[in-house]
Design a protein around this ligand. Structure first.
Ligand SMILES: Cc1cc2nc3c(=O)[nH]c(=O)nc-3n(C[C@H](O)[C@H](O)[C@H](O)COP(=O)(O)O)c2cc1C
Ligand code: SF4
Length: 454
């Protein structure tokens, strides 16, 4: 098989590629010039639509379709580039901004023009200190060269671009939380509808796209729709950045066509190169934390937008794989996951605020050796009653919490039960009475079926 030629990472390792003249010497900004001087915005939207590009930020929503939802008679439009990258296990946006900042800026020019945006805001997580300075420097250079600002490429199109640094909240990666935060408010997601395309930043039509989605755009312009569709699988066109972390020989960020299997990502010579000496795979969370877990036997799952669903996962997510080694205590994995979501819930919705915290309390109790087998049913029950998919919350955070928590309990149930049954006699009572009673208090039961199970 012919070796895959990187697209998004093609400039990695090119000396001084962060400098504008070097990026331009490799054909950079030619796509932006072509679109701004030869195409209409609607043409650009149609091209991206027909390329089949789907959002890389988690939900996989078709990019061109999202752009086409903007009201045709709008006067002001904003483009928000989601560089919050807060999903655990995910660091591909960071690599893109660090290694090839002008690729993103060129994508912003094209996306801005296609959506008739007057300003673009790059919302970047605050922990990206180095990436912020790299990107700001590239943006300053682009401004000095007349690539942003007024009358771009001699046309009447104007676009301002700003980098806004977040304050470190997971929920600010959710598009309406991001918009609230950009407006200077607490990053509380908004009830939808209205969706941002109709009423977004400063209540104007707004498009929110992930960094990697935007980075695909100049390549589609340069090499065409058919080329883009020829990469990947049927409903999952194009290149993808996969990241892998955990006890593998070569953790990192790798590019491959969409549809790389999780096994190849962990064991392939071009990717993770297998487990560290003495370690075996127990499972893998392949899409950023929020998609759910695969067992070792399920590692042949293709990481595209469709195959993942056959394995009970929420979706492809961000394709950031977290490998769980054989010697990890599954109870601690669960406690760690529940702690994250409980901490990050913004607290607006009762089901999410209470549900994530309740799950954390149960998981802590199990991890401390004071769990009951019925707790496992309780966990599954709670995860089914707190998400946006069930119409119970404003944003998708609790759905993202439910999938890893539920799939871990369901797919590793024997291991949990084994731990619980091997607990010392009397330990449950001991833990409840003597060890931080607040932390291990019995949950208030949530539904009849759970009460019956207990
Ligand atoms: C809790 C939560 C956190 C999210 N965090 C991010 C994030 O860090 N980066 C991102 O691009 N999308 C994130 N998303 C998805 C965004 O809401 C949105 O779908 C995405 O930015 C759209 O871009 P795309 O269409 O290019 O994928 C998050 C969603 C939720 C519910
Ligand atoms: S679902 Fe959770 S994170 Fe999202 S708005 Fe409601 S409380 Fe906040």
């Amino acid at each position: 098989m012919a070796k895959y030629e990187p697209v998004l990472l093609k400039n990695v390792g090119v000396p001084d590629i962060r400098k504008l003249d070097v990026y331009r010497s490799r054909g950079g900004y030619a796509s932006a010039k072509k679109v701004l001087t030869e195409w209409t915005p609607d043409q650009a939207v149609e091209i991206i639509k027909s390329s089949g590009l789907r959002g890389r930020g988690g939900a996989g929503f078709p990019c061109g379709m999202k752009w086409s939802f903007l009201p045709p008679d709008r006067k002001i439009t904003y483009l928000c580039v989601n560089a919050d990258e807060s999903e655990p296990g995910t660091f591909c946006n960071r690599v893109l901004m660090e290694e090839d900042p002008h690729q993103l800026l060129e994508g912003i020019l094209i996306a801005g023009f296609a959506t008739r945006s007057t300003a673009a805001y790059i919302y970047m997580r605050v922990e990206f200190h180095e990436q912020f300075h790299i990107l700001q420097k590239a943006l300053d250079e682009a401004y000095a060269a007349g690539l942003f600002g007024k009358k771009l490429f001699g046309t009447d199109y104007n676009l301002e671009c700003y980098i806004h640094r977040g304050a470190g909240a997971y929920v600010c990666g959710e598009e309406t939380g991001l918009i609230e935060s950009l407006e200077g408010k607490r990053g509380w997601p908004r009830i939808k509808p209205p969706f941002p395309a109709i009423e977004g930043l400063f209540r104007r039509p707004t498009v929110v796209n992930n960094v990697e989605t935007i980075c695909c755009v100049p390549h589609i312009v340069e090499r065409g729709v058919e080329w883009f569709k020829s990469i990947g699988t049927e409903n999952s066109a194009g290149p993808k950045l996969y990241t892998v972390s955990g006890p593998v020989k070569r953790p990192g960020c790798f590019e491959a066509p969409l549809g790389l299997s999780c096994r190849d990502l962990i064991f392939g010579d071009d990717y993770g190169q297998g487990m560290l000496e003495g370690k075996k795979v127990k499972g893998c969370i392949p899409g950023g934390l929020s998609v759910g877990v695969l067992t070792e036997k399920e590692l042949d799952c293709k990481l595209d937008f469709d195959d993942v669903r056959k394995y009970g996962l929420l979706g492809l997510g961000t394709a950031g794989a977290i490998v769980i080694p054989h010697d990890a205590d599954i109870r601690h994995v669960l406690a760690n996951i529940t702690r994250f979501y409980s901490h990050e819930s913004c607290g607006q919705c009762t089901q999410c605020r209470e549900g994530t915290n309740w799950l954390y309390k149960i998981a802590k109790r199990i991890a401390a050796g004071a769990g009951r087998v019925a707790d496992l049913d309780l966990i599954v029950e709670v995860t089914k009653n707190m998400g946006m998919m069930g119409g119970l919350s404003i944003c998708g955070l609790p759905d993202g919490a439910a999938f890893p928590i539920r799939t871990i309990v369901e797919k590793f149930r024997d291991e949990f039960e084994d731990h619980i049954r091997r607990q010392e006699p009397g330990r449950v009572e001991y833990m409840i009475k003597h060890v931080n009673p607040a932390a291990y208090e019995l949950p208030i039961l949530g539904s009849r079926s759970v009460q019956a199970a207990v």
